[in-house]
Structures are given as C-alpha cells and as structure tokens.
Design a protein around this ligand. Structure first.
Ligand SMILES: Nc1ncnc2c1ncn2[C@@H]1O[C@H](COP(=O)(O)OP(=O)(O)OP(=O)(O)O)[C@@H](O)[C@H]1O
Ligand SMILES: [Mg+2]
Length: 459
C-alpha cells in the first residue's frame, strides 16, 4: 500500500541528525566528566606549594637566632606574603588556640590535628574564598598549629583556562567531524546518485532490468523490486501491443467485407437483389459492432485495475436476475428453458463488469445449446467464496479445448454463430480482476458445459 502522505525523507539529513546529535552530546558528557579529572592534578600542585610554604614558615621560626620578642622577622614576613596573584595569610597558634604570630582571623581547621601531618581545606576571610593548609608542628620544643592560606585567583584562572581549552578543542573537533561527515555521507550516497542518473538517462521505452550489480548491496532489494515491476510492465506492454495488432487485423476483415457489400449493392438494379444485399449488409454491420463492443469490453476489463477502488459490495443475485431478464427473449426464441437458482452472494465488485461477465456466459450457453435445451444459473457460497455457475446441456467443450477457449479470438473449429472468440477471454479478465478464477467442467448430468466462477465473498 502506498503511503498517501508523501514523506520528505532525506538519508543525508537522517544520517547527519543521528550521528551528529549523539556526538555533540557525547562530547558534552566528556567535558563534564573530564573537567574535574583534568583540574585535580593542577590544583594539587598549588596545594603542595601551600604545604611547602607552611613548612618553610616552621623552619623560619625554628631557625630564628636573634632574641626579639616576635617569632618571625619582618623580612621573613614580607618574603612569605610575596605572591604575584594571590594574597597570602598565615598564622601560628598554640594548642590552646592562642595566636602566637600572623593573621588572627584564619578559619581554624575543621578537625583537631593530633599528629604531625598536613590538612587542606577551603574557607573564607573577609568574604573572600581561600585555600588553607594547616599542620601541627614542633616550634622550639612547643607543639603548635601552623596555617598558611591564599586567595584563589591563580586557581580560578587555571580553572578557566582548562575549561576554555577543553571547549575550544571540542568545538574544533565538532567542526572537523561535521566536515568529515558531510564528505563521508556524500561519498556514501554516490552509488545511489549513479543509480538515479542511470535510470534517469533511460527512455520510457527502455524497460530492460537495471543490473543489480550497479547498485549498492543495501538497495539491491529495491532494485530487484523495481526490476520485477519493469518485467511486468514489459509483459503488459507486449500483450497490449499484441492485442492492438490483433484487434486491427480482426477489424480490418469485416470492414473490408462491408465495403465490398456496399459496392455490390450500388451495382444492383433489381430492387429485390438490392434488398438482399442490404439485409446481408445489416448482418455484417451487426457482427462488426459486436466485435468492436467485445474489443472495447476486453480493453476496459484489462485496464480495470484502476477501477478496483470503485468496487463496492454487491449481491450477485441482482446482477444475475437483471442479465437473465435481458437475455430471456433470446432464450425463448430458441425455446431454451433458462432457470435461476440463487442464494445470497455478496462480493466486492463492479456491477457493470460482473453483468458483462454473466452476459457472456449466458450468451454462450444460449448460442451453443440446441433449441429446446436447458440452462441453469446458480449462485452459492463455499468456504468464504461466492460460486457462480452457468450450466447448459448443449454440445459441450472437449477437454482438450478447455484451456484454449480462454484465449483471445480463439473459437473451436466449426463453431456456430456470429462470435468473435473474445467472450471467455473477457470473462476470465473480469474474474481475475475480482480476485477470482474460472473453470470449465462437465455438468453432473453428463452432457453440456458447466462454467464455474469463484470469487472471494464479501463479509
Ligand atoms: N457453453 C458453451 N458450450 C459449448 N461451447 C462453448 C460454450 N461456451 C464457449 N464455447 C466455445 O468456446 C469458444 C470461445 O467462446 P467465446 O465466448 O470466447 O467466443 P465466442 O462465443 O465465439 O465469441 P464472442 O463471445 O466473443 O462473441 C466458442 O467459439 C465456442 O466454440
Ligand atoms: Mg461467446
């Protein structure tokens, strides 16, 4: 079934969307995960420097030789506080918390420092974030806590640089990937483009199959489906051409006959002769009209698949009654008993075409059954199918001919009547159109012909 709503699918766009979007998300995720991992060693280096400074402070105090009251000389104080970017704080407390030297307001370590060893933590001073290193040391024989802290200008700077570095490299990566993808998708779709131009370059008469090896493996099923369609089209086209040639040939003969008869008539002087020729002319014209009608009917049934959508649920009983009513005079004039045995028979169908099918079958039965014969039309249902049968007790169709009579223009040698050999071809075409089949067999009574049409029933 063809999708009634045209979709605008672009493989290029689909690939792009499904590759690029996840890629960008993945890179974002990589940044979120990678950033702290990249940051950790960098900030650790600053932490070590902070610890080194605390140790230097301890050594400076222990190494002070002069006997001044302050623990640290002012030159050492200046040295300790020198930093290009950050403000440095330090303090020394005894274990009871008394400030021995340095800055008074440094936040104390959040845990009690029991042994020698350093502890690093974040804190605030005057509203500014600081990083603090604290350690317990021995100052000239006295246990004390030494703290060194610095603001976080360097660290923030480093953080920003790492982050911008990562983002910049990812942006470059995404741009490179987009370019590669556009190129790659273009390359990948090239075989399709080649296929397209190969098909486009064909004329509408060129129905040769597309060589599957010219198509990439992924679209070979499409190509083989297309080839199937081309094959069917080719067959249909050939049969149509044959039909047209045949029809032209079949029409030419009766039309030439008509012209001859007209010429013959024009030469006649005797009114009685004149009349005889005109009567023959009338019969020939009728035959030609019948042939033209049969030809048109066949053509109509053939292209009928366009009409399948117009099919509707119909009861075959009504069609049978109508057609039998129309043909009743012909049956009566041949003293043939035309009987109907009808059961409900609902199908999805085209009533016009079904009437044509039936009219050809009853017409045959009347034509090929001697006067005084008997014709029965029945409708029954069987396993979801509707079965329409036309039975006569006429001359019958030999078994060897039962396939052949469905061919166009085929008539059994020596057949009576004015037929042109298209009736059963039309019947078969219409039955197929309705998803059904036609079979010729012997009637249960023995003599004659039984034509059975089986069509899927409508629920
Ligand atoms: N009921 C039948 N009994 C005996 N022979 C039949 C019967 N129906 C068809 N045939 C034979 O099959 C042949 C083909 O039938 P078909 O209806 O296709 O063509 P036609 O009757 O000759 O011509 P048309 O129906 O196109 O006017 C007939 O010529 C006839 O010999
Ligand atoms: Mg016929």
């Amino acid at each position: 079934m063809i999708n009634p709503q045209p979709t605008r699918i672009s493989i290029r766009r689909l690939l792009f969307r499904w590759l690029l979007l996840p890629l960008v998300l993945l890179l974002g995720l990589a940044t979120v995960i990678g950033y702290p991992i990249a940051l950790q060693p960098a900030t650790a280096a600053y932490d070590w420097v902070l610890i080194d400074t605390a140790q230097s402070l301890t050594r400076l105090i222990n190494a002070k030789r002069d006997a001044g009251p302050e623990l640290l000389s002012s030159s050492a104080d200046i040295l300790l506080r020198t930093d290009q970017f950050d403000r440095i704080y330090y303090s020394v407390h005894d274990l009871r918390g008394k400030l021995l030297t340095g800055d008074a307001h440094l936040p104390p370590p959040p845990i009690r420092l029991l042994d020698a060893g350093e502890y690093l933590y974040d804190g605030k001073i005057d509203g500014e974030t600081i990083r603090v290193a604290a350690m317990r040391v021995n100052l000239r024989g006295v246990e004390a806590i030494v703290q060194v802290a610095e603001t976080t200008v360097k660290r923030s700077e480093l953080t920003t640089r790492i982050l911008t570095g990562m983002i910049a490299s990812e942006v470059v990566l995404v741009i490179v990937v987009v370019v590669l993808m556009l190129f790659g998708i273009g390359k990948g779709l090239e075989p399709l483009e080649r296929l397209r131009s190969e098909i486009e370059a064909r004329s509408h008469r060129d129905l040769r199959p597309v060589p599957p090896e010219h198509a990439p493996i992924e679209v070979r099923p499409v190509v083989s489906a297309l080839n199937d369609l081309l094959r069917q089209l080719e067959l249909a086209l050939r049969s149509q051409q044959e039909f047209v040639a045949n029809a032209a040939h079949q029409l030419r003969t009766p039309l030439a006959g008509l012209r001859m008869q007209v010429e013959l008539g024009l030469q006649q002087q005797d009114p009685a002769e004149y009349r005889r020729v005109l009567t023959a002319l009338g019969q020939s014209t009728e035959r030609a009209v019948h042939l033209a009608n049969q030809l048109l009917m066949l053509a109509r049934a053939e292209v009928g698949f366009h009409r399948v959508r117009a099919m509707q649920v119909l009861d075959l009983r009504q069609v049978v009654e109508e057609v039998a009513g129309n043909l009743m005079p012909a049956a009566i004039s041949k003293k043939i008993d035309l009987g109907l045995e009808l059961q409900l028979a609902r199908i999805h169908g085209d009533s016009f075409l079904m009437a044509e099918l039936l009219s050809n079958l009853i017409d045959n039965a009347i034509a090929y059954t001697p006067a005084g014969g008997r014709i029965t039309v029945t409708t029954t249902t069987d396993a979801g199918f509707v079965v329409l049968q036309v039975e006569d007790d006429g001359i019958g169709i030999p078994e060897t001919e039962r396939e052949l009579v469905f061919r166009r223009f085929y008539r059994i040698n020596g057949s009576s009547g004015e037929g042109c050999g298209l009736g059963l071809a039309i019947v078969q075409e219409i039955a197929h159109l309705h998803g059904g089949t036609v079979v010729i067999s012997n009637p249960s009574s023995g003599n004659g012909t039984l034509v059975s049409v089986r069509i899927p029933g409508a629920a």
